[in-house]
Ligand binder design. Structure first.
Ligand SMILES: [Mg+2]
Length: 474
């Protein structure tokens, strides 16, 4: 294991024995194919703001800010806030529009609130595709607060619905995908090891499927661009997959039976077929049940690899009991930031332990004082005056310790992203995204090509998992 860089390892929540997996399905966008995130999202942002400007919205002067939003945040559509919650759903950080709320404001607004993602009020930002609309929403909340007229909307909820609708249209109308297809080299980050990783799995006896919500024309163009160059002469990306399913309409794909069509021609002509998959064919639509019938196995033998925490991982796990792998590209930057901060982190933990000791001492002294004042317990021969003096002294030490802790804690909270910090942490706790990831992703890793380091027979064993009473390791 030591030979594999941390940033490229596969991390395991639930033990996954690849030998017991007979088929692996892959999502395409941001899974098999990684886009230059800032370039893509900037393009998406400009399409959406232009579409809104055409309807009279004041979006022509707005500028995309890639640091404004990270995956795993939640939009509170009733208040116009973007929030970051911990694993229990308690909100710890919030921006109203683009303004950071103070600790007190967060407490006043949310001390009685626990995020429940099944409520419409909360919109979870599931993928990197969410960054541009999250950013635009925050900026338009500012505009709304300034009293700028936003045609057709009069509340933060309506504003969110409008931004989402416009984003969806930009994707559906294909303008954006047209841009990408016309110059894929500007948008796609190539990775030569992905093809080898897939070949490893294929020759290791796994059936491979591509299951994407993208349409055939786009899928063919992107897959061909990203894979054909790394395969031998006369081979194409199609040789890597036993079955290709486009227009999959995930999460519905995992949740209910859907009509199945075969893609009959290269330009995407569809024809209806019987409900059965056959090797070497390309389909449009269909569902997870068809995949299991085709393989003759149940969900435990199928692994699905995707980047969308809800559509790819949550639903496939909850409904089909498929094994799941989440692709979290940001992990690479985050691990680098964590590694660079290691020395300071060790110092911060040491300071926090000292601070804890002082806090405990204060609490004990206050209890002694109370016993002395009320004459109960056995506080010993010590005088009230002595206890008060000691208490004052320890409080001074506490203040001095805080002065050392605060700047380091601030730095720790801004790792990887100055506004929101690490993806999987909320303060010292796990983030809400980390909780989702633990529940629904059996394994997670930064990119598909990391399977290259493991091969098709790997036994990915979960770690023991820590509990608060474990011996201290921090
Ligand atoms: Mg995807």
């Amino acid at each position: 294991m030591s030979a594999i860089p941390r940033a490229r390892r596969i991390y395991t929540n639930r033990t996954l024995n690849l030998r017991a997996i007979s088929a692996i399905g892959f999502d395409m966008d941001y899974t098999l194919i990684h886009y230059e995130f800032e370039t893509w999202e900037r393009q998406a942002y400009s399409h959406v703001s232009r579409a809104l400007a055409d309807e009279g919205w004041p979006t022509d002067k707005l500028v995309f800010d890639p640091k404004r939003v990270i995956r795993g945040l939640v939009v509170d559509t009733s208040t116009g806030n973007l929030v970051k919650a911990n694993r229990f759903g308690f909100i710890k950080y919030a921006f109203h529009g683009t303004r950071l709320l103070t600790y007190k404001e967060v407490k006043d607004e949310y001390s009685r609130t626990i995020i429940d993602l099944s409520e419409d009020r909360w919109q979870f930002l599931n993928t990197l595709f969410s960054v541009s609309d999250g950013c635009l929403y925050a900026q338009l909340v500012d505009a709304m607060d300034r009293g700028t007229s936003l045609p057709g909307v009069s509340s933060y909820e309506e504003l969110y619905a409008k931004v989402r609708e416009t984003v969806d249209l930009a994707h559906l109308e294909g303008q954006l995908k047209g841009d990408i297809m016309s110059r894929p080299d500007a948008f796609v980050e190539l990775d030569p090891h992905t093809a080898v990783a897939l070949q490893d799995l294929k020759y290791g006896g796994k059936k491979l499927l591509l299951i994407t919500n993208s349409d055939w024309v786009y899928t063919r163009a992107m897959m061909s661009f990203a894979f054909d160059r790394f395969l031998g002469p006369g081979s194409s990306w199609r040789d890597l997959f036993d079955v290709v399913i486009v227009d999959a309409r995930k999460p519905t794909f995992f949740a209910q039976m859907n009509p199945l069509y075969e893609v009959a021609t290269d330009d995407g002509l569809l024809r209806p077929v019987l409900r059965a998959l056959r090797d070497g064919h390309v389909y449009s639509g269909g569902d997870a049940k068809l995949v299991e019938d085709w393989l003759g196995v149940d969900g435990e033998s199928v692994l699905y690899v995707g980047d969308h925490i809800f559509s790819d991982v949550n639903v496939s796990k909850q409904i089909q009991r498929w094994r799941t792998a989440l692709i979290l590209r940001e992990l690479e930057n985050e691990l680098e930031a964590i590694e660079n901060f290691e020395e300071k982190q060790a110092k911060l933990w040491a300071l926090m332990r000292e601070k804890d000791e002082l806090d405990t001492k204060v609490s004990q002294l206050k209890a002694t004082l109370q016993r002395l004042e009320h004459g109960y317990g056995s506080p010993g021969s010590i005088s009230i005056r002595d206890v008060e003096d000691t208490l004052q002294e320890v409080r001074k030490q506490q203040e001095a310790k805080d002065e050392e802790v605060v700047p380091l804690a601030r730095e720790a909270a801004a790792l990887a992203n100055e506004n929101w910090g690490l993806l999987l942490r909320t303060g010292n706790d796990k983030s809400h995204l980390a909780r989702q990831l633990e529940r629904y992703a059996d394994v997670y890793t930064s990119r598909v090509s990391n399977f290259f380091y493991y091969g098709p027979h790997a036994y990915l064993r979960s770690s023991r998992g820590s509990l608060p009473h474990d011996p201290v390791s921090c």
